[in-house]
Design a protein around this ligand. Sequence first.
Ligand code: TXD
Length: 308
Amino acid sequence: MNRITVVGAGHVGATTAQRIAERELAREVVLVDIVQGMPQGKALDQWESAPVEGFDTRLIGAQDYGPTAGSGIYVVTAGLARKPGMSRDDLVQKNAQIIGAVSEQIAEHSPEAIIVMVTNPLDVMAWVAMTTTGFPRERVLGMAGVLDTARFRSFIALELDVSVEDVQALVLGGHGDSMVPLVSTVSVGGIPLTELLEKERIEALVERTRKGGGEIVGLLGTGSAYYAPSAAAVQMVESIVRDRRRVLPAAAWLEGEFGLEGLFLGVPCKIGAGGLEQILEVSLTDAEREALNASAADVRETMAVLGG
Ligand code: TXD
């Protein structure tokens, strides 16, 4: 791919740019941020790591979207963090304004691009991006499921003292609290997790995963997670760039899948050169379906804040 743009050069955005460059997923990575000089400074610093790391992907920073023209992918991480005294709804409105403005620029400069939305609340921000750009659903995806699954898999690997590579898991629904882990689908080297761990222990790991973002925030003191989130976003980018058709949990616009429509929600997606190639459906237990519906209700409530 010629060019990938990362919008928002903060913690997640800058780390995402560095990972994309180190893997040479594009010839050029453009970091865009509103803060004067900051994306230029980070991009230059990253480019100066190229001789040591051995990559040829050029990194540049910008305040405007001219240099991003023709990008195949935009990873969108621009946004505000919640400040003291700011309500959740205020934050949604502020971030929706930012994502609306960013999306107009994307549509103008790269009408064929694929958007990977990271900014929270990502299901709703993906909807803002889709409606503002007018892009088809195939070209707008939200990142959360890969991160939630990675956290779940990392905790299971620790618990069983096995390689993370052999732990497979699927998480549906919204991000964090409202995620829906399909415990029956979790396997370790092909062995169902339920044969290796007590139900209570599995529940404890699920709970830790649900609160995974908060655990990091609590430890960091300021800011939130970015190493695992950027790794997760880049896994989606890589599947697009290399047309790998990986089956990854991601937020996609539903049109009847899982009995839901008219919202973005985390579901198993086949991700390839065209973005969303297919949504794969799995049968759910009654409890899982109920949890997924509750997660959908959460997303709809937030859409309603924006008049959706
Ligand atoms: O799983 C997930 N989807 C997430 C989401 C995991 C981790 C982080 N998640 C969300 O990503 C988080 O809640 C935030 O909404 C975004 C970005 O998180 P990050 O930790 O990178 O935040 P920072 O460090 O504050 O960076 C945000 C940057 C900052 O540099 C701002 O100056 C910039 O966004 N910003 C903008 N850039 C471009 N254009 C506009 N309009 C703009 N407004 C702010």
